[in-house]
Design a protein around this ligand. Sequence first.
Ligand SMILES: Cc1cc2nc3c(=O)[nH]c(=O)nc-3n(C[C@H](O)[C@H](O)[C@H](O)COP(=O)(O)OP(=O)(O)OC[C@H]3O[C@@H](n4cnc5c(N)ncnc54)[C@H](O)[C@@H]3O)c2cc1C
Length: 398
Amino acid sequence: MNTHAETYDIAIIGAGPVGLALARALSAQGLRSVVLEKQSLDAIANPQADGRDIALTHLSRKILGEMGIWPAIPQGEVSPIVKAQVFNGGFDQHMDMHSDSEDALGFIVSNHLIRKAIYDSVAGDGNVTLLTDCTAKDIRIDAKGCHISLSSGGNLTAKLLVIADSRFSATRQQLGIPAAKHDFSKVMMVCRMTHELTHDNTARECFLYDGWTLAVLPLNSDENGGYRSSVVITANPERNKEIAALDADAFARWAEAKLQHRFGTMTLENTRHSYPLVATYAERFSGARWVLMGDAAVGMHPVTAHGFNFGLRGVQTLAESIKLAGGDPASPTALLRYDRQHRQATRPLYLATNGIVRLYTTDTPVAKVARNVLLKGANLLSPVKGVLMKKLMEAEKH
Ligand SMILES: Cc1cc2nc3c(=O)[nH]c(=O)nc-3n(C[C@H](O)[C@H](O)[C@H](O)COP(=O)(O)OP(=O)(O)OC[C@H]3O[C@@H](n4cnc5c(N)ncnc54)[C@H](O)[C@@H]3O)c2cc1C
């Protein structure tokens, strides 16, 4: 790694989990990628915990399995979600979701372990060149290829440019690709906590009437058999600052009370990380010799836990499209197929997620009633729940 030739099949901007997973998928077809990453090699090769515990669908597990990445994730760190409950206002009104089969609804894995397993899958791969501490200073696309001058010096050319440099993508902006942006004016704090009472392998999302949203996602027990969860707290920036300023004990007492002591005594296990909540959706996912991938294409609000799941799905769709085009990464037919299919797969849930967030974080009397009706309705009307369950448990692309 870290050497580069002049021409490649694909140039990928961003060595996040999606950019590297794409390099891996295309390498299996014998295609050569160069990946440009602004962070250091150490940050990419040894990713540190960032508080994100990622809920993976069955489809994502399957895709990672087919790429040989799933077995590299320590299986004791894969926590199954058996049941999910969504609460409205307090802890009375809720909708239940559970699988009728023996399968879990999904699996929780820490983001840094996913990133590490994906990085390891391309480290030492002769088809993948990683240039770290490096960005694209200038990008020019013409009929012959995509020409990039590097911040670290030198130039390279590729048949296809893949933009995978996050929802705040500088490359997307650089190329003038429009994207809708929705700033929720909220901040999401994530951390791990141990607790006295069981979580029953149930993921709980509580939309409280006082403007706070708390999610408690079940994790496997620690080595002493202690119960653990990933705790996700959404609030406006001022409130986020207030709880971020609490010391570990005061924060744990705050969380216990907010969760109405359902989990007994709680203890903060690691550091707290906060993320501003901004959703983005690009107007186009492809053009002549370029595609947008991962969060750079679809930056989901994390509440429905689909950002990375969609990213992996996009990787599979693009790899498949290129294969169908006889291995030509710049085939207009392949890029259009990816654009169309990925839009179809992501747009409905992107819009539904933003709608759900608006409804559940607005505390007008009308919104409160609508929330209750929706939850009761979803509990009673199996088709509504069926759609949600299908999305969570999807094992195949539709
Ligand atoms: C709190 C939280 C919880 C989440 N939970 C879930 C979940 O449960 N399930 C789920 O599916 N998803 C979840 N997500 C979403 C998931 O983390 C993202 O979808 C995923 O990280 C996207 O990967 P990516 O590779 O597209 O982008 P990123 O992870 O953002 O990686 C982008 C990479 O590009 C690099 N880069 C940026 N700019 C440049 C540049 N100019 N040049 C070169 N390199 C650049 C960055 O350094 C980075 O390495 C969650 C997100 C958050 C914030």
